[in-house]
Design a protein around this ligand. Structure first.
Ligand code: VGL
Ligand code: ZN
Length: 205
């Protein structure tokens, strides 16, 4: 891949793999795919969902509320999740078999107690930046390949924000897995297509 291109590996963490606190079905199947694909990229950026224990997205922090219900917060609708990816816990670690030693940056997100952040670029208030767009621009990177977990949440939101920030974006579909509740996966693919996000299989890279 050219020097102007980076691979963005979203939330390839214990918590989103089978056995994790917010397990995505078959999530661990993407790890060997990511490892294979990553060897083609000189530039690799990882994200890590990284919540304080009192995070607003955890149903357990809202008495009487259950995971997967939604709650209206000052910045909009928030899905309530099981407690997951708490800072410093095993659940928040990158998957042990992930092999991307050349990764240059790990963006941690969701660390503000009152704001969630599915996207690697923008927190859910749509105002607070993670700094990733400025980092990529400063390094002359204008094209991104995106993979990881979950397709319909952190991957899709990251891909859409990357497009909005002016990057060329391609999602590697077999290097992602989805949560897919209530049609969220079909909606995510439709939103990404409408925004000009390209979609390919890993064997085309
Ligand atoms: C994610 C829900 C909550 C994700 C993170 O990585 O897709 N989903 N936190
Ligand atoms: Zn999270």
């Amino acid at each position: 891949m050219n020097g102007n291109t980076a691979l963005l590996v979203v939330d390839a963490q214990v918590g989103f793999m089978p056995g994790g606190n917010l397990a995505v079905a078959d999530g661990d199947a993407i790890v060997p795919v990511i490892n294979r694909v990553a060897s083609r990229f000189a530039n690799v950026v990882l994200t890590q969902d990284w919540h304080p224990r009192d995070h607003v997205s955890f149903a357990a922090n809202h008495p009487g509320r259950r995971p997967y219900e939604t709650l209206t917060l000052p910045y909009g609708e928030q899905v309530l999740w099981p407690v997951h990816c708490v800072q410093g816990t095993h659940d928040a670690e990158l998957h042990a078999d992930l092999c991307v030693p050349q990764a240059q940056l790990i963006i941690r997100k969701g660390f503000h107690p009152e704001v969630d952040s599915y996207s690697a670029f923008m927190e859910a208030d749509r105002r607070t930046t993670t700094g990733l767009a400025a980092y990529l621009r400063a390094r002359g990177i204008d094209a991104l390949y995106v993979c990881g977990l979950a397709t319909d949440f952190c991957v899709a939101w990251s891909a859409l924000d990357a497009r909005a920030a002016g990057f060329e974006v391609t999602v590697i579909e077999d290097a992602c897995r989805a949560i897919d509740g209530g049609g969220s996966l079909a909606r995510a693919w439709a939103d990404m297509a409408a925004a000009g996000v390209r979609r390919i299989r890993s064997d085309r890279i």
